[in-house]
Write a protein that binds this ligand. Structure first.
Ligand code: PEP
Ligand code: MG
Length: 322
């Protein structure tokens, strides 16, 4: 199997009927980067910057952050990297950050909320990223955005830092693209407004599913209770895709869903053309894609998302189709 997947590394990620599906990988530490070439990923679709903070014993300073991001971009050797700003809080704890006791940390003071309330922290990270990407392309997205205004505030911090660097004669990135993770359901109802402002969006299906179905992603008593391949979740994703396509905003999905072949097949069936997953999933997912007739799948899957369709069990249909 492993050898078989390795042979796929340099083969294009294209379905039998000619649909290209870009497969990127998720990463969080420098040691992940060699997988980019080994597994044949098109880029890093999600770089979880909090990992550096989680393995450190004190807050990484500007220079350390910058060094890390420089090394990541060097290692990517021109392949695109999408950095995500710090996503601490919830299940991602920093031992040295005075933790406040919260009853529901997943819904608490975390991720961009923390970043906007402690702008010094976020600005330092943004500065490190802007410097590391000097003369190159910077892609940055923000986690746990629940309202458009949070993105606008984060963007204005980027603009301030950019001005600051220019004023002091530093080189700045050649291009800067800013995006938002779609992982809080409230954003699904603000898509028209959001999509006017962002350069791209990326679905964090782990959190989006957790919050849509009110199931703690870390609690195995409930986490498998509902099926992401059911009507509720697939319809939500389809509407998001349609809105993004109408607005010509690129959309990726970088949650664990993308790394499971049957689930990834459903995602391609409803229209995703860009997925990001853990490196070990790239082989199996590419194998699925190369044997898929995407047009035939879409023709049979999409009617099942319409109200009143007789066959309600989408997972069973997908298993039969595969
Ligand atoms: C997600 O929520 O789906 C995601 C990709 O981010 P994380 O798993 O780091 O929360
Ligand atoms: Mg998340």
């Amino acid at each position: 199997r492993q050898a078989q997947y390795r042979r796929l590394r340099n083969k294009p990620s294209v379905t039998k009927d000619g649909v290209e599906v870009s497969l990127q990988m998720n990463a969080g530490l420098l040691v992940d980067l060699p997988h980019l070439a080994e597994a044949g990923a098109a880029g890093v679709g999600l770089f979880r910057t909090e990992l550096q903070f989680m393995v450190a014993s004190s807050f990484p300073r500007l220079k350390e952050q910058q060094a890390q991001y420089t090394q990541v971009l060097d290692a990517a050797a021109g392949k695109p990297v999408t950095f995500r700003s710090l996503d601490i809080g919830g299940d991602k704890v920093l031992p040295y950050l005075r933790s406040i006791q919260e009853e529901n940390p997943a819904m608490g003071w975390r991720a961009l909320r923390l970043g906007l309330d402690r702008p010094g922290l976020l600005r330092t990270q943004i500065r490190a990223l802007l410097r590391a990407a000097a003369g190159r392309d910077l892609k940055l997205m923000f986690p746990m955005v629940a309202e458009v205004d949070e993105f606008l505030k984060a963007r204005s911090l980027v603009e301030k830092e950019l001005k600051h660097l220019r004023r002091h004669g530093h080189d700045v990135p050649e291009t800067i693209r800013l995006g938002v993770m779609i992982e809080v359901p409230s954003l699904l109802f603000q898509l028209d407004e959001l999509l006017q402002h962002v350069d791209f969006v990326s679905v964090g299906s782990n959190d989006l599913f957790q919050f849509m179905f009110a199931v703690d992603r870390g609690n195995t008593r409930v986490s498998d209770r509902f099926d992401p391949l059911g009507l509720g979740f697939l319809r939500a994703l389809k509407r998001l895709l349609d809105a993004a396509n109408r607005a010509h905003v690129p959309v990726t999905l970088c949650g664990e869903l993308a790394g499971r072949p049957l689930e990834a097949m459903a995602l391609v069936g409803i229209g995703f053309r860009d997925l990001s997953m853990s490196p070990s999933s790239l082989g199996p997912v590419k194998a699925m894609i190369r044997s898929l007739d995407a047009g035939r799948l879409a023709a049979r899957l999409l009617p099942r998302l319409e109200p009143g369709h007789q066959d309600k069990n989408i997972r069973d249909f997908l298993v039969r189709f595969a």
